[in-house]
Ligand binder design. Structure first.
Ligand code: ADP
Length: 438
């Protein structure tokens, strides 16, 4: 990139130098032309003071001067010429400078030789007696002037080019250095001096970099947690099986161990299911099907399904509300409701209640799962949505929790662009509110 910027800058400089040189030559030639005509006019004014006879006798002009003087009669016949015998010259009546002078009083023209290296400047003026006095001078043409000035032009172009190369190097360095520095110091929070235009770019890169680092950290933590969570039930299963295998356990113990093995393998399955579900939700994309669903119907079905479970925990579960429709994925809605209701039962008190309701507000459809359970203190409220985060690990485990339920809930809410609100008071109960945009 550095090389390319350098090349671009130098190419621009070369074109600019070339164009400038050409323009300077054109402008210079124009000034030169004006000067030559000005000289010719002055000569002519002086000559006009002489009588034609005096001129013809050679008194007015020295024949060896670079100036050529011609006298032309009104009918175009050449009367006198300082260089050639007038008689040998053809009728000049049709020459543009003569026609113009006869009409307006003065006429000019430049005749350039076919090779462009010589030009003849003609100035014609009408005298009072009608005779036209023409002076002319031969001078270098545009090409000659250009060629004459070429060494100087090349020298100047070379010097300019050298300055441009230096400037291009300097500017490229100024452009690139902050970027280089930034690349080296992306990890550190050290301030790098950057120009204003780079600021938004840097902010985005820094943000993305931080996000990448954070998600890598989360993934690392998650892997470590998964291994740990899987190891515990597996160690129990292996331990109980070993005891049975050794034949040291009596029949009563074997019965107890089998129950434990069953419980732990069930736990292992739940854990694996939740982990798989989470990774599925991680890659969920456009193929997810969203449809118009009656959220109340799904909630009612979920409440009915959990009735037995609630009774087991001596908790009353009920549904309240009218029919409300949301655009959502059915499977995910069932999961969301199941996880929230299951938690509301498991973290409840004996004789407590769980109320599930769906209602319509001006902008949203609101699903509320309210319990009269143990509640969650402020410091845990933010964190319970993290994977494997539990307030009371033993209670979670003893009731079959994996610590992943609310992480799944958070995912589902995000993919539906819904919003979650948590209201909880330790000892009083918890309300989870999910707002779906209408
Ligand atoms: P778990 O499988 O442990 O229930 P979750 O992700 O569903 O995992 O919940 C994380 C933690 O949040 C739980 O361990 C529990 O401490 C707390 N929690 C969730 N729901 C409630 C609730 N309704 N009342 C009290 N605490 C809750």
């Amino acid at each position: 990139m550095r090389k390319r910027i350098n090349i671009y800058l130098m190419a621009i400089a070369s074109v600019a130098i070339l164009v400038t040189m050409l323009l300077v030559t054109v402008v210079y030639y124009d000034v030169f032309k004006k000067q030559v005509f000005e000289d010719l006019r002055t000569y002519t004014q002086v000559l006009k003071m002489f009588h034609p006879e005096e001129m013809m006798s050679g008194q007015a002009v020295q024949t060896d001067s670079a100036l050529r003087v011609t006298l032309i009669a009104e009918n175009g016949v050449v009367l006198y010429d300082t260089e050639v015998d007038a008689k040998s010259l053809d009728n000049h009546g049709g020459r543009p400078e003569i026609v113009e002078a006869a009409r307006t009083g003065e006429g000019t023209i430049v005749r350039t030789s076919p090779t462009f290296n010589k030009s003849t400047f003609y100035y014609a003026a009408r005298m009072e007696n009608g005779i036209i006095l023409r002076t002319s001078k031969e001078a270098d043409g545009m090409v000659s002037i250009f060629l004459g000035a070429l060494p100087m032009i090349l020298l100047m172009a070379g010097a300019l080019f050298a300055v441009c190369v230096f400037l291009a190097r300097y500017l490229t360095k100024r452009l690139i250095v902050p970027i280089d520095q930034l690349a080296k110091q992306l990890d550190t929070n050290e301030e790098v001096k950057i120009y204003k235009e780079l600021q938004p770019f840097v902010q985005t890169i820094r943000q993305q970099h931080e996000n990448i680092l954070q998600s890598a950290r989360i993934r690392q933590d998650f892997t470590a947690n998964v291994s740990h969570e899987l190891k515990t039930p597996l160690t129990s299963i292996s331990g109980y099986a070993e005891l049975i295998e050794s034949g040291m356990a009596d029949e009563k113990d074997v019965q107890r161990f089998v129950v434990e093995i069953h419980k732990n393998s069930k736990r292992l399955l739940t854990l694996i299911n939740d982990i798989i579900r989470l990774s599925e939700l991680d890659v969920i994309g456009e193929e997810t099907q969203y449809e118009q669903l009656n959220l109340s119907e799904i909630a009612r079905t979920c409440v009915e399904m959990l009735q037995m479970n609630a009774e087991k925990h001596q908790v009353k579960i009920q549904f309240l509300g009218e029919n409300c429709f949301v655009t959502a994925n059915k499977e995910m809605m069932e999961e969301l409701l199941y996880n929230l209701c299951d938690n509301a039962i498991r973290y409840n008190k004996k004789g407590g209640t769980v109320t599930v309701s769906v209602r319509e507000e001006t902008k949203d459809i609101v699903l509320a799962v309210q319990d009269t359970g143990i509640g969650i203190s402020k410091e845990h409220q933010e964190r319970i949505f993290e994977r494997f985060y539990r307030v009371d690990k033993s209670r979670s485990k003893s009731t079959g929790g994996t610590g992943l339920g609310l992480a799944i809930v958070k995912h589902i809410i995000a993919s539906h662009k819904a919003r979650l609100e948590l209201i909880s008071e330790p000892g009083e109960g918890t309300t989870m509110l999910v707002y779906f945009k209408k």
